[in-house]
Design a protein around this ligand. Structure first.
Ligand code: M6R
Length: 614
């Protein structure tokens, strides 16, 4: 939930830390801070964003070739100066940054207070730091050993990095549940450490992702890894494949807009090499390796959160339609705390852009413990969820930086479409003709998205101009477009702070119809193939009550066009492929409305990109 970064080498750490924090800011932006060790340990921090920190320190000459930095999404304690990281130990010698939650912090804090420790913040991080220092002082042990012993006492999730004024040649990190990656710099003795590879990519491609319960010690230019049980591990160094351009704005005003316009490429990447529409063959290793299991599957359970949950709903429609397998789609946060019935015959699919969402991860661990086969659809390569699964398919959408998920969503839906068709083929549930139609349709989706983006952009701006001051929006859809209604509403509310609700269109008459007046825009996804007549009736009902209708229609539709205040045309494709197109104008409308309202599109208030806390 927070972003952490560290540097040790022979250059000034400050610039690396600031640049790194800017790249990690999508993870949280309640406060920012750095600690650098030169002759003495100095901490600079502020409530607010990295740019506020830069402003605060602009006249200072900050030096130090060892440093750590943090950008915070507040969990324990208000987002103020005192709670901003880095935190300093009572003696003033240790500085630490943390991403995660120490669940038993209250008990530990009480015990530390009884033994005379005082605290400067309300955070769980400071509790862990004081515990480390107490162990270091009382037991007279090295910093690494104090960290190891302290971590054996805590319950919860953490990625931490520490520096010590008394040991100017050492940087220590550790992780459990929250990600941490070490970059091996090109200059001798130079190392980077961060929550993800984005702050590192500019300087090196050689990285090592830490496993849970591992501690990394970088001392006098040497890297070593040990476990919480004090077992030495050989670092597994791998080559990064993401590019620097992929994590920069590339001329767009916001990452979100760039990511919306990247969708022709990202969808194409999510499909590339995975199927042949002529030979009707799938080249997905997960389908090939698990063929027998798939034949005998009784049920699929999909677990996810937020936007990924919406793509899970589309997955349900797809898999039930084509593979004729029962599917349940669960909010991971509910599923993990119920007493769900999971058997060894189940396939549990986790969908997650980040691959780090705490609730999804925990739901998956639960399913695994009950013997289900677990499958991951993740975007971030090497993420915790991806590593936990038995099988899976990466979405290959490329780094998604904007907090509002756009290209990750369409990549997830693309993979789910392929998966449903692959499952259907293995189970003999789909005819050749239908499979050919679907795969041929899927193949041209990237091109259709590209044209649609060009064609609907101006109209989406015009609609946004007209309705950006509305206080409420309703989104309606049926069948495959019901999850799109939910996703459209989520996009609008999270970045523009307008109250928006998504509903199955037929449910309107069971309550939401009471909301209709001439002030509330209603976005109706009314494409030709699915339940068209029914949704036309719903539009009639809205118009009869003077409602404002913005319709998403299939090309060539005249009936809905005549009724609606605005109509945005999308290509007339197979019903099951519509979501990949109908979401596009909804993403654009949310974006333009948020910009017109002066909102911070890429970093909406109170949110963070990856939710690594429950
Ligand atoms: O990384 P994940 O896909 O697991 O994240 C799940 C949600 O937190 C995420 O989709 C969230 O709802 C987005 N802000 C939506 O745009």
């Amino acid at each position: 939930m927070c972003g952490i970064v560290g540097y040790i080498g022979n250059k000034n750490a400050f610039d690396y830390l600031i640049k790194g924090l800017e790249r990690l800011e999508y993870r949280g932006y309640d406060s920012a801070g750095v600690a650098l060790l030169d002759e003495e340990l100095k901490v600079y921090k502020t409530q607010g964003k990295v740019k506020d920190l830069v402003h605060v320190v602009q006249d200072q000459n900050i030096q130090g070739s060892l440093g750590i930095g943090h950008t915070r999404w507040a969990t324990h304690g208000a987002p103020n100066y005192a709670n901003a990281h880095p935190h300093i130990s009572q003696s003033g010698s240790l500085a630490m940054i943390h991403n995660g939650i120490i669940e038993n912090y209250a008990t530990i804090k009480k015990a530390l207070e009884n033994r005379g420790r005082t605290f400067a913040s309300d955070t769980d991080t400071e509790v862990l730091l004081q515990l480390i220092e107490e162990i270091q002082e009382k037991n007279g042990v090295e910093l690494y050993e104090a960290v190891r012993l302290a971590l054996n006492e805590v319950i919860g999730a953490y990625a931490i990095v520490l520096i010590d004024q008394k040991n100017p040649n050492i940087l220590i990190g550790a992780k459990k549940g929250s990600p941490l990656v070490v970059g091996i710099g090109q200059n001798k003795g130079e190392y980077f450490i961060a929550s993800d590879a984005t702050p590192i990519i500019e300087y090196t491609r050689q990285v090592s992702y830490l496993e849970d319960e591992e501690i990394v010690i970088i001392e006098k230019g040497e890297l070593s890894i040990k476990t919480l049980e004090n077992v030495e591990k050989t670092p597994f160094i791998q080559e990064l494949s993401i590019s620097l351009e992929a994590i920069e704005k590339g001329g767009y005003e916001h990452f979100m807009l760039k990511e919306i316009f990247e969708q022709p490429t990202s969808i194409s990447n999510s499909l590339r090499g995975r199927f042949s529409p002529t030979e009707l063959r799938f080249a997905m290793s997960s389908l090939i390796e698990y063929e027998d299991k798939i034949k005998n599957l009784k049920r699929i359970i999909i677990v996810a959160c937020g936007t990924s949950w919406h793509s899970g709903l589309i997955g349900e429609y797809l898999i039930e339609d084509f593979a004729r397998l029962p599917v349940e789609v669960e909010y991971a946060s509910e599923f993990r705390y119920r007493n769900p019935i999971i058997t060894e015959d189940d396939l549990v699919i986790a969908i997650s852009q980040s691959g780090e969402t705490a609730d999804t991860l925990a739901a998956l661990e639960l399913a695994k413990s009950k013997g289900a086969t677990i499958y991951g659809i993740c975007n971030v390569v090497g993420s915790s969820i991806a590593r936990l699964t038995d099988a899976g398919a990466y979405t290959h959408a490329g780094p998604e930086i904007g907090v509002a998920s756009t290209k990750a969503f369409t990549a997830q839906v693309s993979v789910l479409t392929l998966l449903s068709l692959g499952l259907a083929q293995i189970r003999g549930a789909i005819g050749t003709q239908k499979l050919r139609e679907m795969l041929s349709g899927l193949e041209v989706i990237p091109k259709q998205v590209e044209s649609l983006l060009k064609e609907c952009d101006n109209l989406c701006r015009e609609i946004s101009e007209k309705y950006h001051e509305a206080s409420n929006f309703l989104y309606l859809g049926r069948g495959y477009n019901f999850p799109i209604a939910l996703e459209g509403a989520l996009k609008l509310k999270e970045i523009s702070y307008i109250h928006a609700e998504g509903y199955p269109a037929a449910e309107m008459k069971h309550g939401p119809i009471a909301l209709i007046d001439e002030n509330m825009p209603i976005i109706v996804i009314a494409t030709k193939r699915g339940h068209y007549e029914k949704i036309v009736s719903n539009i009639q009902e809205i118009k009869a009550r003077n409602g404002v209708v913005i319709a998403i229609v299939s090309k060539g539709d005249n009936e809905v066009k005549a009724l609606a205040d605005f109509a945005i045309e999308i290509p007339d494709v197979e019903d099951a492929l519509v979501p990949l197109l109908s979401i596009i104008p909804l993403q654009l409308i949310s974006y333009y409305i948020a910009v017109l309202r002066g909102c911070n599109v890429d970093q909406p208030r109170n949110l963070a990109k990856s939710v690594t806390v429950e």
